[in-house]
Design a binder for this molecule. Structure first.
Ligand SMILES: [Zn+2]
Length: 324
């Protein structure tokens, strides 16, 4: 049928009708809210490059988690700023570590919350790389040992999901094996499967104090030019036991999200990263865009591309819009 019999505008003439035929719906259940935890008490350090985000000491982190849960955002992703760092990131595996203590504190006060624990060395190494350095580069198989120990330590603290973000080959298998050997066979792994070496991580590195002191991460993170390789990464992670797979960043990689969802029919997570967040905020603060409208459009586009779950610094603001 063609015009004038078919008129696509018929289904756009009022809001109820438009909502009825809407193909994509966001929900507060889709969001994971990333948070940064630092030492001290009563600390709430604004992160300059990420307006509205803070480094929280554990006491105030717990309060922020309560706010999130009250808005319906019941999953949080924790990144730690440890008191000290070392060459190998061993401090990440300490039961007394900053994230481990934060998990215990949150769980003591909040029942209805899902804590995703990031597993990577870069926040805990003096050189800021994601693993152990040998001859000027991250040594893959040595790093697996630390990652597995960190994962077990986070599981013991009470994490609900283990999320390795390092991009070492074989880390999902190493972590799965270590978790199972320690009785944590029920704990799911959310793998950062297709994580690109991206300029969009800039503000995060301020927030988490995790910028590499030499070189960059392009020997382990992916080349932004590649998508076939992303599918190979995802396939390997699934074979190694990943329960959820992630594409990071989100916006410049919507095609990758779409391909991963279409090929594997797995729960797909997209990380709407710091640079994506901060660009939007900066434009909104300058009055160049309608920040709230563009935020909802961005989040909808990530879900429309195929993501089931979105890690986003917009989580609480978007929840306010959805709850309105
Ligand atoms: Zn890392």
């Amino acid at each position: 049928m063609e015009y004038p019999i078919t008129r696509l505008r018929r289904l756009r003439y009022n809001g109820i009708l438009r909502n009825m035929v809407s193909e994509t719906a966001l929900s507060v259940n889709d969001f994971i809210y990333p948070l940064f935890v630092c030492p001290g008490e009563n600390v709430k350090n604004p992160i300059k490059s990420m307006p509205g985000n803070f480094q929280f000491s554990i006491d105030l982190l717990v309060e922020e988690c309560k706010v999130a849960v009250s808005k319906g955002v019941k999953s949080v992703l924790l990144f730690g700023l440890p008191e000290s760092k070392d060459e190998h990131g061993h401090v990440a595996c300490n039961s007394n570590g900053i994230v481990q203590k934060a998990i215990v504190a949150i769980k003591a006060e909040i029942d209805d919350i899902n804590i995703v624990a990031d597993v990577c060395n870069c926040e805990y190494t003096t050189h800021g790389h994601c693993g152990t350095i040998v001859d000027g580069d991250v040594e893959n198989d040595l790093t697996l040992v630390t990652l597995a120990a960190q994962a077990v330590s986070l599981a013991e603290a009470g994490a609900d999901i283990i999320a390795p973000s390092d991009m070492m080959d074989g880390r999902v298998a190493a972590i799965r094996e270590a978790l199972d050997a320690n009785g944590f066979y029920k704990l799911p792994i959310m793998s950062y499967s297709a994580k690109y070496a991206s300029g969009f991580y800039g503000p995060f590195r301020d927030a988490a104090d995790s910028a590499p002191t030499f070189g960059d991460r392009s020997t382990y993170q992916m080349n932004p030019a590649n998508t076939d390789e992303a599918l190979r990464e995802v396939e390997l992670d699934i074979a190694e036991g990943a329960d959820m797979v992630m594409v990071k960043p989100a916006l410049s990689y919507l095609d990758v999200i779409h391909r991963v969802k279409t090929e594997f029919n797995m729960p797909v997570v997209a990380y709407n990263v710091s640079g994506e967040f901060s660009m939007l905020k900066a434009a909104a603060q300058n009055g160049w865009i309608d920040g709230e409208r563009v935020m909802m459009e961005v989040l909808t586009s990530i879900k429309r591309a195929g993501a089931d779950i979105i890690i986003t610094y917009h989580a609480l603001e978007a929840a306010d819009v959805l709850n309105r």
